[in-house]
Design a protein around this ligand. Structure first.
Ligand code: PLP
Length: 360
């Protein structure tokens, strides 16, 4: 098998050690004589996996007992609906930072009032709007943000003001890439397929208090967070294999990486390698405001669409996969989540240098 580096934005590369462990356990997990895929979700074997996964997450991010950990299907996109369906009573303040908040706004508008508290569409979402408390609508229930904007490569380095309101955040592309203080939020959600595991499971951390402020017109048990709390995420058959994989990834973070502080150091190192090169390059550039740059999604362009194409094709040939930018913005994007080794970024930068020399 030839080694490639996968810079996909999601589903994304997984830690090799985790894939090997999953392969080892594929036919016989923990001496059960069966694959995790074959286990009843009501079996003690699977109950242990679920408990282990939650316990590991709690240790990793010091998640206190007044927060619930839930596993839901339907991806980030279902959360765009579930959040307002459960919590938008008097309105939602949403900060528009790109595609993922646009979709959240659209869904929230179907279910209640939305106030756009900030918007960076004027510069193609290349920065994070710095809002003040005065930019918020006084009557809304919560402020909603997308913390790391996967497509544009921006990230909040500080959370927005939200005095007197709940804070709900989409962390799909940055969860566990750095230490996380969940007590700063009332609810967090993240699709697993960027940093936590395979597609098909969405992790939710939700403050128990928030559940007391729910709407009373939620149309389905499956769309009500309380159902997941009351049934330990097993009201229906949960995505068992996905939950198991999230558990393996979290254990890898804990045991192999040494926790989220260590993970952050590695991620900052990788990001600095790429940004330092981009900032001095005469061919490639990154369009994002420096203070708002993402550590894990790094878009770049040559300024010449033909040259971009040539770069993407040659990079693929050299073993650097999925460097094409999102279809709505073009150019290139390197997604360098937790599982991307430092070596992968070093080799990419060396390849970019060579390409620049050859095409100057
Ligand atoms: C990928 C992504 C989503 C969408 O997730 P789906 O699982 O495809 O619904 C939402 N928000 C962010 C920040 C993302 O990166």
């Amino acid at each position: 098998m030839s080694k490639i580096y996968n810079f996909s934005a999601g589903p994304a590369c997984m830690p090799e050690a985790v894939l090997k462990k999953a392969a080892d356990e594929m036919l016989d997990a923990n001496g059960s004589g069966m694959s995790v895929m074959e286990m009843s979700h009501r079996s003690s074997s699977f109950e242990n996996i679920l408990k282990d996964t939650k316990d590991t997450m709690r240790r990793l991010a010091n998640i206190p007992d007044d927060y619930e950990i839930l596993f839901i299907q339907g991806g980030g996109n279902l959360q765009f609906s579930m959040v307002p369906m459960n919590f938008n009573k008097n309105g939602a303040d949403i900060i528009n930072t790109g595609q993922w908040t646009k979709k959240a706004i659209k869904e929230a508008q179907k279910l209640g009032r939305v106030h756009i508290a900030g918007d960076s569409s004027d510069k193609t979402f290349t920065y994070i709007p710095k809002i003040t408390q005065e930019d918020l609508d006084p009557d809304t229930d919560y402020v909603y943000i997308c913390e790391n904007n996967t497509i544009y490569g921006t990230k909040y380095k500080e959370l927005p003001p939200h005095e007197g309101k709940k804070l709900i955040a989409d962390l799909s592309s940055c969860i566990f890439t750095e230490p996380l203080d969940v007590t700063q939020y009332d609810m967090i959600f993240a699709g697993a397929q960027k940093n936590l595991g395979p597609a098909g499971v969405t992790v939710v951390f939700i403050k128990k208090d928030l559940l007391n402020d729910k709407r009373d017109d939620i149309p389905s048990a499956m769309l009500d967070y309380q159902t997941y709390v009351d049934n330990d995420s097993m009201y229906n058959t949960p995505p068992t294999y996905g939950i198991y994989m999230v558990g393996l990834v979290c254990k890898w973070l804990e045991d192999e990486i040494g926790g989220l502080e260590e993970m952050e150091k590695i991620n900052h190192k990788k990001a600095a390698l790429l940004y330092d090169y981009l900032d001095q390059s005469k061919m490639f550039s990154n369009p994002v405001a420096k203070e708002d740059r993402s550590y894990v999604n790094i878009p770049f362009v040559t300024g010449n669409p033909d040259l971009d194409k040539k770069f993407i094709a040659q990079a693929k040939e050299a073993g650097f996969e999925n460097l094409k930018g999102h279809r709505t913005v073009g150019g290139m994007r390197a997604s360098i989540y937790n599982a991307m080794p430092v070596e992968g970024v070093e080799k990419l930068v060396a390849f970019m240098k060579k390409f620049e020399e050859e095409n100057a």
